[in-house]
Design a protein around this ligand. Structure first.
Ligand SMILES: [Zn+2]
Length: 257
C-alpha cells in the first residue's frame, strides 16, 4: 500500500506521529537531561527513514528510530512533540470513555454524518433495515454488529464507487477499482495497481468528508507520496480540505460500532 489517510486515533489502537529525520538539520540542541524528559517505554531501532512516536492505548510511549539517528536527535524530537504526546494521552483517555454499541432500542448510529435511531422490531428480513431510522429484528440483536457491518459495507461500496466515478470523470483520474475493507487505522488507501480501498467506517462520516478522502486517494494515482506537491494537488481538487481533514481527526474515533 502506498499513500494513506491515517486515523489519528482509533479505539483500541494508538496514536502515531512520524517525521523524516532530516527535519532536525540545524535544530537548536537541548541536552536530554536538562528538560523534564518524557519517558520512553519502548525504544526500537530499525531500518527506516523516519522517527515515529507511538502513544499506545495505555499511554505508554514507543519510539521507532532509524539506526543512524543520534540519541540527541531523538530526545529533541520528543521534547518538541511533548505537547502532542500529552494531548494524545488525554485523547486516548477520552476515547476509552466512548461506549460500545449494544444494539439496544433507542441507540443511535451514524450514516453520512447524521445520527439515526435504532428500533428493535418483530422478526423481519433482512434483519436490519434502514428507512427514516434503523430497525433490527429483536431476534437478531445478538448478531447486531454483523448486521450493521454488512449494511455499512454495502452502502460504502455503492456510495464510494459513485463518488470515485464522479470525481474521476470530472478531473480525469483512472482508478482500477474500488474495494471496501474493515481497516481500523486508515480511512482509505491507493494501491500501486490503481485499486482504491476505503474502510466501511468512512460511510458514517458527512458526505463532504467522504469526498475529501475520495479526492485524497484519487490524487495518489498521480502522486504516490505526501509531498508538498501532493497537498497542492489535493488543495486544487478540494480547496477547503484542511477543514474536512480536521473533522476526521477530531471525530474519527466516533465512527465505530
Ligand atoms: Zn495519502
Amino acid at each position: 500500500m502506498i499513500g494513506t489517510v491515517s486515523r489519528l486515533s482509533q479505539r483500541g489502537f494508538f496514536i502515531r506521529y512520524e517525521q523524516r529525520i532530516f527535519y532536525f538539520a540545524g535544530y537548536n540542541l537541548i541536552m536530554p537531561d536538562e528538560s523534564a524528559a518524557v519517558q520512553i517505554d519502548t525504544f526500537i531501532r530499525a531500518k527506516r527513514r523516519t522517527i515515529a512516536l507511538i502513544v499506545e492505548r495505555d499511554g505508554s510511549l514507543t519510539v521507532r528510530a532509524p539506526r543512524r539517528a543520534t540519541l540527541r536527535d531523538i530526545h529533541n524530537f520528543i521534547e518538541e512533540k511533548k505537547d502532542w504526546i500529552l494531548r494524545s494521552r488525554e485523547k486516548l483517555k477520552a476515547i476509552d470513555k466512548i461506549p460500545k454499541k449494544n444494539f439496544a432500542d433507542g441507540e443511535h448510529f451514524p450514516f453520512l454524518g447524521q445520527d439515526y435511531e435504532l428500533r428493535l422490531v418483530p422478526p423481519q428480513r433482512p434483519a436490519l433495515k434502514f428507512g427514516s431510522g434503523f430497525t433490527l429484528a429483536v431476534s437478531a440483536r445478538l448478531r447486531g454488529e454483523q448486521a450493521f457491518i454488512k449494511w455499512y459495507k454495502s452502502q460504502a461500496l455503492a456510495i464510494f464507487t459513485e463518488r470515485v466515478d464522479h470525481f474521476s470523470a470530472l478531473h480525469g483520474f483512472f482508478p482500477r477499482r474500488v474495494r471496501i475493507n474493515s481497516a481500523k487505522t486508515r480511512w482509505g488507501s491507493c494501491a500501486a495497481d490503481g485499486t482504491i480501498n476505503f474502510t466501511w467506517r468512512l460511510v458514517m462520516a458527512p458526505p463532504e468528508v467522504i469526498d475529501y478522502v475520495v479526492l485524497h486517494e484519487l490524487a495518489h494515482l498521480k502522486i504516490k507520496n505526501h509531498s508538498p506537491r501532493f497537498w497542492k494537488l489535493v488543495e486544487s481538487l478540494c480547496p477547503d480540505f484542511k477543514r474536512r481533514r480536521k473533522w476526521l481527526r477530531e471525530n474519527g474515533e466516533k465512527l465505530n460500532l
